[in-house]
Design a protein around this ligand. Structure first.
Ligand code: SAM
Ligand code: SF4
Length: 345
């Protein structure tokens, strides 16, 4: 039995909105458009990754079809991610097509998470297709450390990319993974720099996703501890803004900027979760930290109608797990086998 000829659930909401079995409305879709990347961040990928064969990757038309089905079901926010999304050939065409949902008012925004290395080339086009803000991942400003953390990357390219994005009118938020022995001491400087550029900043704890060479207990830095340290010399004021997502924001009085903390390990954030993730192979994950998966590629490649695709999406969302329980213990296996670059961070 394929997911789309399963019996309809009697208690399914009749309205358009996508509501899961715990009553949470799903209004945010993150789409990974490729598993490939020009960097190899130590916490994200193994040094020698085996990438997927092209036939397994959704075509641009398939990506557009599934994303549009979500928009029809009340998705208001779309985030394009990867791998490195700007490595995907034809991405600007896909975004151009999806922007019709911005024009119609069905979508509030299309955003992008990128490592920034190709922004000098694409920032102008992103602005043209209606992207207004992007997240750029940047864990350090130090060229040597950047090269080490990304296994070969050039931080100058990212900095030029951020400048190009701002020149094109895009709002940029900086995301940094907090890593115990690598960038921990630099984080206050990174925050000061980001805020000085007019960028908000978010700190992320390392999550146990996918096998990598390093032991994650060596990388993990609790943001609760980091926050306490920042508070020893800065005034942090909690902000009530919530994106429905995992970040908790504060304002830093001394820099005048906003700082977010994403703490999947030290705090769980599942009760307000409004998001699901589509991988570049068409697998829908309704929880970042669980192995649940629905194969939407199989559904559409078997010739499903739009109504059958909608049914498959509803079934998957209905079964969204209540939450995850990430733990990092020495020598333990990752909580989920897939890498963040497959799921899309
Ligand atoms: N390549 C793009 C980038 O780096 O922004 C988009 C994809 S990347 C997988 C999305 C985000 O996930 C990045 O901010 C990255 O730092 C974060 N990330 C990757 N692996 C992670 C892990 N194991 N724990 C926490 N964050 C991770
Ligand atoms: Fe590539 Fe982003 Fe993963 Fe770094 S975090 S390896 S840039 S996908």
């Amino acid at each position: 039995m394929t997911p789309y000829d399963a019996p309809l659930k009697q208690d399914r909401p009749t309205q358009d909105a996508l509501v899961d079995g715990f009553g949470r409305t799903v209004s945010y879709l993150r789409v990974s458009v490729t598993d490939r990347c020009d960097l190899r961040c130590v916490y994200c990928m193994a040094e020698h990754m085996v990438f997927l064969p092209k036939a397994e990757i959704l075509t641009l038309e398939e990506l557009e079809r599934i994303a549009s089905a979500f928009v029809g079901l009340g998705t208001r926010k779309l985030r394009i991610t990867g791998g490195e999304p700007l490595m995907r050939k034809g991405l600007m065409d896909l975004l151009g097509k999806l922007s019709r949902h911005l024009d119609s008012g069905a979508l509030e925004e299309i955003t992008l998470t990128t490592n920034g290395t190709r922004l000098t080339e694409f920032a102008g086009r992103l602005a043209e297709v209606g992207v207004r803000r992007i997240n750029v991942s940047l864990d350090t400003l130090k060229p040597d450390l950047f090269r080490k953390l990304t296994r070969g990357g050039d931080v100058a390219k990212v900095l030029a990319g951020i400048a190009a994005a701002q020149a094109a009118g895009l709002r940029v938020k900086i995301n940094a993974v907090a890593l115990k022995d690598d960038n921990a001491a630099e984080i206050p400087d990174l925050i000061r720099w980001a805020h000085g550029q007019g960028c908000d900043m978010t700190l992320i704890e390392t999550m146990p996703m996918g096998e990598i060479e390093a032991d994650r207990t060596d990388q993990y830095l609790s943001l609760t501890r980091l926050r306490a340290e920042l508070e020893s010399f800065w005034t942090l004021t909690d902000l009530s803004v919530s994106t429905g997502g995992p970040a908790r924001y504060v304002e830093v009085a001394e820099t005048g900027g906003k700082l977010g903390f994403i703490t999947p390990l030290s705090h769980n954030f599942c009760e307000a979760c409004n998001r699901v993730r589509l991988t570049c192979t068409g697998t829908l994950h309704t929880c970042l930290g669980q192995e649940d998966a629905s194969d939407l590629r199989a559904v559409i490649r078997a010739g499903a109608s739009d109504a059958q695709l909608v049914d498959a999406i509803r079934l998957a969302v209905d079964a969204k797990p209540k939450g995850h329980d990430f733990r990092i213990a020495r020598a333990s296996a990752p909580a989920v086998a897939r890498h963040m670059s497959t799921t899309g961070g």
